[in-house]
Design a protein around this ligand. Structure first.
Ligand code: GLU
Length: 466
């Protein structure tokens, strides 16, 4: 049946006469991606990583190439771009650009976060939505992939300005989303507060109280443990990686970047499992606390970042520890590094420094914080490397549990959600092993990409050319 969809895009150069694939056709395909998406470097890198991982599989199963799944998978199903007008507290008019990239709905409704940050553009959101498609597939839950946001900078904005921006953003977005269509959530710059305003405006415009957004406050139908889920899930995944290699977190020194939602709860769960967390950061710098964080210090960080919206340098002042202004955490000696800030925060030099300082395990709490050159350094040196689409999938997984609770008009206990989250992270880890087992070690990148790909690609084949 797949032959019906045979195209001439790949098969001229990609298929030999006997139907198997030439290796150099990977290049042919990637060149085409580059040409079709000019200047979209982040998107290209994300595609390249997945294609590199799945090419061998395609060679063994030419049905995917015959039906041109690759080209279909790298083209978003729909991209929405819109104007977001709003006024500041002085009455000045501002215009931002809003986006929603609905990338793939083969295995479920579009699902993924919204990012409010000045760096947001189409390239970044296509890359994130593409990644999200495979991440969501890996969770084993029925959710497609999407991402959205705006080039709006929440830094320094008043509560009223944030609310007006969220309301204006949703006034356009609400037409395109719905609990069975597209379910946005948070990402950088969008947390419970913003989700509350966005959900409120959606409810007002649609006259429906439903599960259209996740990450809501518990009183508005949010799932318990959703705020903790990405950070906790990350550490559950690290624990799985360590256990598979006869190690544990107990007594390990953990360097964490970021101090937002993911970093805070990655730190908390690391402490629960006996790790010593020695760093946190924000866009101004990094704190290095060699004695390690404890529950009291963590409470201070949560209040500082979530309530006061202050800078991490205040931690260094309060606890009299080193503040590395404008520096990252990657020169700090550690056993485990958890980059939880943003994409591309670890470059090749940082990776070399981490290896030289004894780091043996890196897992991505953020989406693609490690540059390709850095990842190569980790793999060459046999570090355990957990890619974001596997390691940070706990957040979106609990988002899906929130959708399930909303549609059943119920709320599960924290303990119930936690058990499910642990199971999901353990399943993701097993899938990575199944598809990523290599001679000497486990290639978690390959494992995650192949497992994520197979489910989406097979669903696409089942649903015909749509
Ligand atoms: N932004 C998060 C992620 O990167 C969560 C998305 C969601 O909950 O839909 O996976």
């Amino acid at each position: 049946m797949e032959d019906k969809f045979k195209t001439n895009i790949l098969d001229k150069s990609a298929l030999k006469t006997n139907g198997t694939v030439n290796y150099n056709s990977i290049g042919t395909f990637l060149t085409r991606v580059k040409e079709k998406n000019p200047g979209e470097i982040e998107f290209y890198e994300a595609v390249k990583e997945v294609i590199d991982s799945v090419w061998e599989l395609l060679e063994r199963h030419p049905k995917y190439l015959h039906s041109n799944i690759l080209e279909r998978l790298t083209e978003p199903e729909r991209v929405i771009m819109f104007r977001v007008p709003w006024t500041d507290d002085q009455g000045h008019v501002h215009i931002n650009r809003g986006y929603r990239v609905e990338f793939n709905s083969a295995i479920g409704p579009y699902k993924g976060g919204l990012r409010f940050h000045p760096s947001v553009n189409l390239d970044i959101l296509k890359f994130l939505a593409f990644e999200q498609t495979f991440k969501n597939s890996l969770t084993t839950l029925p959710i497609g992939g999407a991402k959205g946001g705006a080039d709006f900078d929440p830094k320094g904005k008043s509560e009223a300005e944030i609310m007006r921006f969220c309301q204006s953003f949703m006034t356009e977005l609400y037409r395109y989303i719905g609990p069975a269509t597209d379910i946005p959530a948070g990402d950088i710059g969008v947390s419970r507060r913003e989700i509350g305003y966005l959900f409120g405006q959606y409810k007002r415009l649609s006259n429906e109280f439903n599960g259209v957004m996740t990450g809501k406050g518990a009183e508005s139908g949010g799932s318990l443990l959703r705020p903790e889920a990405t950070g906790y899930g990350l550490v559950y995944f690290v624990n799985e990686m360590l256990q598979a290699h006869n190690k544990s977190l107990e007594g390990q020194t953990v360097a964490i970047s970021g101090s937002g939602n993911v970093a805070q709860f990655a730190a908390e769960k690391s402490l629960h499992l006996g790790g010593k967390v020695v760093s946190l950061s924000d866009s101004d710098g990094t704190i290095y606390d060699p004695k390690g964080l404890d529950e009291e210090k963590l409470t201070f960080v949560k209040h500082l970042k979530n309530e006061k919206r202050g800078r991490i340098s205040e931690y260094a002042k309060k606890y009299d520890v080193t503040y590395l202004e404008n520096q990252t955490a990657w020169n700090i000696p550690c056993d485990i590094a958890l980059p939880c800030a943003t994409e591309n925060e670890i470059d090749e030099q940082d990776a070399i420094a981490l290896v030289e300082n004894g780091c043996r395990c890196v897992a991505e709490g953020a989406n693609k914080p490690c540059q390709p050159g850095a990842v190569q350094v980790f793999l060459k040196n046999d570090l355990l490397f957990g890619p974001g689409k596997a390691a940070n999938a706990g957040g979106v997984a609990v988002s899906q549990l929130e959708m399930a609770q909303n549609s059943m008009h119920t709320q599960w206990s924290r303990a119930e959600v936690d058990i499910k989250l642990q199971e999901i992270m353990s399943n993701i880890h097993s899938k990575c092993i199944t598809h990523g087992e290599a001679d000497r070690s486990i290639n978690y990148i390959k494992g995650a990409n192949i497992a994520g790909f197979i489910k989406v690609a097979d669903a696409m084949l089942q649903q015909g050319l749509v």
